[in-house]
Design a protein around this ligand. Structure first.
Ligand code: GLC
Length: 592
């Protein structure tokens, strides 16, 4: 029999060996980006399905009302700023109503700031006095919301800023900070950080740790590994974002206020897990003077766009210092919720679009054997053209109301007949049920005898390294390509197509040179190997009443044999401040 001391000794030795082993494997995993480590695929699965979350930026800064960076913007000394603790008293805070609102917005998860760059803890922490319990309100606002959210089946995540403008041991100091840096001990700050993160995990068991403010390089590679290890020991199913440090990248990427144009991929081409975090307009924290808010329609379309590219959307609210969610934010969440009530099937659990491009203004997602098509603007003739699929179509219907729709396969497309009524201005969804997983046939539109061919921005292949700077926008019933300027003067818009009969066509362009420095722009339209040089005419800046831009003009004629062709348009040179607004190129059967 071993005596108790020996048992203690050997178990200590064993746990030491285990921790060395674990640290080693994390270091190895760290190098390969934490993939497959701690069952990555299992941990991340739920996150891929939830698609929509609510971000909350709430702190002492909400009282200043100049976003969460106000301490920095106004160059306030930490001590002076900390007076805001004595006035923070959100008497109108109703966490149950907040959680209810989030739930009704359709969101499946919530991420709240526990401590932003200002350094104030919005929860009951034992590691700092600079916390909510020492404010007049003196209630654990984060903890209570966690409870209300969890009760309603919403996953709860915690935002935590590594950068800290209050803690005396955090370095580097802000340029305006008058405190001496000499006495600061970064090691103390790191210990504090680790303690608070551990405490947050122990107390609230969050599903997500959402770090931020990592860019001042607080943690080196080994420290990052130790932190990850500590977090997984406390909660093996935790997920955390890619902002814990500059080393090791976390479980998901976090593009900010931006939807990546084609989704995000690893070097080997496999998809990344990502989440776009976005404000509803201006800053993150409350600003009573904010007067720009995205419309509900924009936000609904942003969510659809994100899903069509395989990401999640974390949409921000900045509550008031009294604890209310401002009406502008409330309204938008309610609108999104109403839309999701009818169309959520096409969002939650969805996977990215199988189509590289769509010949209409809208987006697409998939789920199992189903393809969803989100129509932002119904085509003028009410026929929705969808690239051909290898699959048999079992049914086509409107998701809202489940109405069956007629369709035909024509000109290398699935053509779905849309009803003649306005369905939903935000976006409506056509559901195609297939006999198997959707698989796309390389899509080339095909035209019959004497058909007019219209090539617009939505169906174009945009060839350019800077393709993200070019964008399709909708203006009333028109879709235009904007931001085609000197920064992307090498952009080419290209379309492949097929015609069934030989024919002669007039080439018409709908585009103009706009904005600050006007002037004609030399450009080229090419069909296969024949190039036609033409001049993009100058027009005053486009307004709703300036119809001129939309009168197409003839730049020549071409004869084409039946078969495959490609057409492209490109500027010859774009001078500083010149910019093209592009609508389409049309090939119209010549009359003679
Ligand atoms: C930035 C900002 C911060 C905000 C965050 C959200 O890093 O510094 O204020 O909380 O983005 O992603």
């Amino acid at each position: 029999m071993m005596n108790p001391q020996r048992i203690l000794l050997s178990s200590l030795l064993l746990s030491f060996l285990l921790s060395v082993l674990a640290a080693d494997s994390i270091i190895a995993a760290d190098r390969s980006g934490l993939d497959n480590y701690y069952k990555y695929e299992e941990r991340i699965e739920w996150f891929k399905d939830v698609k929509f979350g609510i971000f909350i930026h709430w702190g002492l800064y909400s009282q200043v009302g100049y976003t969460e960076w106000c301490q920095n913007h106004f160059e306030m000394q930490a001590e002076e700023y900390s007076n805001l603790m004595s006035t923070f008293n959100p008497v109108d805070y109703k966490p149950d109503e907040w959680a209810e609102l989030f739930k009704n917005s359709g969101a499946k998860y919530v991420v709240m700031t526990s401590k932003h760059h200002e350094g104030f803890s919005m929860y009951d922490t034992e590691f700092s006095n600079y916390n909510i319990m020492n404010s007049p309100y003196s209630k654990d606002v984060l903890g209570i919301l966690n409870g209300e959210c969890t009760k309603r089946g919403l996953k709860f995540g915690i935002y935590y800023s590594i950068m800290d403008w209050h803690h005396e041991d955090y370095l580097p100091r802000r340029y305006f900070d008058e405190r001496s840096a000499a006495s600061a001990d970064s090691g103390e700050y790191k210990a504090f950080f680790k303690n608070q993160v551990g405490e947050l995990l122990d107390k609230y068991n969050p599903a997500i740790m959402w770090f931020d403010g990592e860019w001042e390089n607080t943690h080196d590679s080994l420290e990052t590994v130790e932190l990850v290890d500590m977090m997984f020991r406390k909660n093996p199913s935790l997920i955390f974002n890619n902002r814990l440090s500059r080393h090791g990248y976390g479980d998901f990427k976090t593009p900010e206020n931006e939807v990546p144009p084609t989704g995000l991929f690893k070097d080997d081409g496999t998809p990344e897990v990502w989440e776009t975090c976005s404000t509803m307009g201006e800053g993150w924290g409350y600003d009573p003077f904010a007067n720009y808010f995205y419309s509900s329609r924009d936000l609904i379309r942003m969510l659809i766009d994100v899903c069509s590219k395989g990401g999640n959307l974390l949409l921000n609210v900045g509550p008031t210092p009294q604890g209310e969610i401002r009406s502008e934010h409330r309204k938008r969440m309610e609108d999104i919720g109403k839309w999701l009530d009818k169309n959520g099937e096409s969002i939650f659990g969805s996977r990215p679009s199988v189509f590289e491009r769509l010949p209409f203004y809208g987006k697409s997602t998939t789920k199992g054997n189903i393809v969803f098509l989100h129509v932002f603007m119904p085509p003028k003739d009410n026929i929705l053209r969808i690239p051909l699929l290898e699959n048999e179509i079992i049914s086509a219907s409107l998701l809202e109301g489940n109405t069956e729709l007629d369709y035909v396969i024509k000109n290398n497309q699935i053509q779905v007949q849309l009803p003649n009524i306005s369905i939903d201005e935000n976006a409506f969804v056509v559901k195609l049920e297939l006999d198997g997983k959707p698989s796309v046939i390389t899509y080339t539109p095909r035209f019959g005898k004497k058909e007019t061919m219209i090539f617009d921005g939505t169906a174009a292949e945009i060839i350019s390294p800077q393709r993200h700077t070019i964008e399709n926008i909708q203006y009333y019933d028109k879709i235009l390509i904007k931001n085609w300027n000197e920064d992307n003067s090498d952009v080419q818009l290209k379309w492949d197509f097929e015609i069934e009969y030989d024919g002669r066509y007039e080439i018409m362009v709908h585009c103009a040179s706009e904005k600050k420095l006007r002037g004609e722009i030399d450009a080229i339209v090419a069909i296969d190997t024949s190039k036609i040089k033409f001049i993009i005419i100058e027009k005053p800046r486009w307004t709703a009443t300036n119809k001129l831009l939309y009168e197409p003009y003839n730049i020549g004629e071409i004869f084409m044999k039946s078969g495959k062709h490609s057409l492209y348009i490109q500027a010859d040179t774009l001078r500083k401040k010149q910019s093209i607004v592009f609508k389409d190129v049309q090939l119209i059967p010549a009359r003679h």
